[in-house]
Design a protein around this ligand. Structure first.
Ligand code: FE2
Length: 422
């Protein structure tokens, strides 16, 4: 007996299919599935996609905007200072409550897998305790990966290194870092080596905030590529942000990109945050700060889009909608060719899932039955509209539904419905 059939939806590749679900698995996916199920959803004309995935977030800080005050300069560094105060004021219970509220938003948007960096700087590690609790609480509907993130530096903070190891011992999934924030370029490079060796010893992935600066000479991605290759970590290392690459010398980048490709490193730019935080010290012309997305993709380097922040010391907006993230990325990276626009949608679904190592992901028979039905005909229209998530299915359960948002117009006494679909 089937539990759910989704009829006649259009997949991102354009195929029109029925999808049958039994338990938490996709039982079948075919042009026409005979039989009945306990529940049926008519998705005729609508886009049925695998769920959205966010490979870069800060769930310990989310929904804290304005506490203890707003970021007046709008810079990364004032955000780090503000968070430094907040993380000692917030209780475990408060952080869990804020994170669960965010996860409700995420689930309603079809965002069902998130990798969150967790600050390991304070000795109390309340951030880690809170996020491990959240990971367990949301497990039935969201896959949450945690990264041990030494926000104030592996060496620059008093117990930076020891606390990363404590967090990993507590069950955090991924090794993080912040080499550009260490005291010197040499310390930054040493931290990359040290953290990659920790990951190699423990068999863990690496996801490092790397070169999140406008400084064209911040070149820790070069060290990350070198250490990844030296330690045989290919395929399990990601470099987040990489904004310095925006400002680097073109000749140097022509040498760097093949090294990143050879190391099998993934890149995770965060366009909403990069466009807001970078270039703050410029007058005019003012740099965009987003890394070289299309150029890396042309080299075969996997590039996803990350959200990074929602309503926190670094970003005063945000809704947990990965279509907002892709929409901003599309504009800033000038990815306006039809194939590039479609790729922006794939970046926040399949590419991000691959970066997070989600092997049970995708609209295929036998995979986990997680998907989202959008009020759009295709991925590009979904981006243009930031389309309504008509239904979200997680692990076989319909967990959220939103009515179609067509306007009811009344002009010259003639009522009519106006949809924004093309
Ligand atoms: Fe971040």
């Amino acid at each position: 007996m089937l539990d759910l059939i989704i009829r006649g939806g259009t997949l991102p590749d354009g195929r029109v299919c029925d999808i049958a679900i039994a338990g938490d698995r996709i039982a079948d996916i075919a042009q026409r599935i005979d039989g009945t199920a306990a529940q049926e959803i008519d998705a005729t004309g609508d886009l049925v996609s695998p769920p959205f995935v966010d490979p870069h977030f800060h769930m310990d800080a989310t929904l804290s905007y304005g506490t203890p005050r707003v970021n007046a300069s709008g810079t990364l560094l004032e955000g780090i200072d503000l968070w430094g105060e907040l993380r000692d004021l917030a209780s475990v219970e408060e952080m869990v409550e804020r994170a669960l509220r965010y996860c409700d938003w995420a689930a309603s948007m079809g965002l069902l897998a998130i990798r969150s960096h967790v600050d390991t700087t304070p000795d109390h590690l309340n951030t880690v305790r809170a996020m491990i609790e959240v990971r367990e609480k949301v497990r039935p509907y969201i896959d949450l990966q945690l990264v041990a993130f030494p926000q104030d530096g592996l060496y620059r903070a008093a117990n930076g290194r020891a606390n990363v190891l404590r967090a990993l011992d507590m069950g955090v999934d991924v090794v993080g870092g912040i080499p550009h924030f260490e005291r010197t370029m040499a310390d930054g490079a040493a931290s990359v080596r040290d953290l990659c060796e920790i990951a190699a010893e423990r068999g863990l992935p690496v996801d490092m905030h790397c070169d999140e600066t406008d400084d064209p000479h911040s070149r820790h991605i070069e060290t990350l590529a070198y250490e990844t290759t030296r330690l045989g970590l290919q395929g399990r290392v990601a470099g987040s942000h990489l904004t310095s690459m925006h400002s680097m010398d073109n000749y140097y980048v022509s040498k760097l990109l093949p090294l990143i490709a050879e190391a099998g490193i993934s890149a995770i730019p965060n366009p909403l945050i990069n466009i807001v935080l970078q270039g703050r010290h410029d007058t005019f012309p003012k740099r965009r700060g987003l890394t070289r997305v299309k150029e890396m993709q042309a080299m075969g380097i996997p590039v996803g889009w990350g959200q990074d922040c929602v309503l926190d010391p670094w970003y005063s907006l945000g809704t947990a909608d990965m279509l907002d993230v892709a929409f901003m990325g599309l504009h800033v990276a000038q990815m306006t060719h039809p194939q590039e626009m479609a790729r922006c949608f794939t970046m926040v679904t399949e590419t991000n899932a691959a970066i997070m190592g989600l092997t049970d992901y995708g609209l295929e028979k036998g995979k986990l039955a997680s998907l989202v039905i959008l009020d759009a005909a295709n991925p590009v229209e979904a981006l243009r509209l930031r389309a309504t998530r008509l239904a979200v299915v997680s692990k076989g359960q319909v967990i959220a539904q939103t009515p179609r948002a067509d306007a009811e117009m009344s002009l010259s006494g003639r009522p009519r419905t106006v949809a924004r679909r093309h």
